[in-house]
Design a protein around this ligand. Structure first.
Ligand code: AMP
Length: 210
């Protein structure tokens, strides 16, 4: 399965990617996680990306295309992958197509902007393994501690309400046109956000026939 997850920031792409990745036994590639790790480690890519990420803007396409080219060439991607947060612009999607990166489906999780803004304030992210939780909808077993690796849960800087609003503007302007791009290729599937994580996963299974 070669799957792209589309949807606004906070639509639940990361959460659903974690579930599908475990079920299908294929890796999730999240450019957001790769960039945050690069920023934490102070690498060249990290230094280049920092100002964009912190302002809720998109990192330049050539940086992202380089990351994806390298990551998808690794052996664990041979059986399939879930792309979370990439492509995010038409040029990224076009570059991936030109590189021969396969896509079976582009799945869009549809959520109203106001729901996103409300939801992001409760999101917590593991400092070490990047797993995400929500203080109400998906709480960790122990407050402030990651269920998976025991790492400390933190609030992402770019989850601050003003930055979330900027990220939504960017999403509608630059990323939403990807729905038409993949619809033209017969690859687009859409699901509406459901009241629970499990119900959204069930809708995704139906949409992808898995
Ligand atoms: P995410 O964790 O997917 O919400 O990504 C966090 C931030 O990383 C975004 O707001 C962007 O600044 C940057 N980013 C992640 N993926 C991409 C991408 N495919 N293209 C451009 N910027 C990206």
């Amino acid at each position: 399965m070669k799957l792209i997850l589309l949807g606004a920031p906070g639509a639940g792409k990361g959460t659903q990617a974690e579930i599908l990745s475990r079920e299908l036994n294929i890796p999730t590639i999240s450019t957001g996680n790769i960039l945050r790790a690069a920023m934490k480690n102070g690498t060249k890519v990290g230094l280049e990306a920092k100002a964009y990420v912190e302002a809720g803007k998109l990192v330049p396409d050539e940086v992202i295309i380089g990351i994806i080219r390298e990551r998808l060439a690794e052996p664990d991607c041979a059986k399939g992958y879930i792309l979370d947060g990439v492509p995010r612009t038409i040029p990224q999607a076009q570059a991936m197509e030109d590189m021969g990166i396969g896509v079976d489906y582009a799945l869009s999780i549809e959520v109203e902007d106001q729901v996103i803004v409300d939801r992001m304030s409760g999101r917590r992210t593991c400092k070490d393994c990047s797993s995400t939780f929500h203080i109400v909808f998906n709480p960790p077993k122990q407050e402030g501690i990651c269920d998976f690796c025991g790492g400390e849960l933190t609030i992402r800087k770019d989850d601050a309400p003003e930055t979330v609003k900027a990220r939504l503007v960017t999403y509608h302007r630059d990323t939403e046109p990807l729905k038409a791009f993949y619809a033209e290729r017969g690859k687009l599937r859409t699901v509406d956000n459901q009241p629970s994580i499990e119900a959204t996963t069930a809708e995704i299974r139906k949409a992808l026939e898995i």
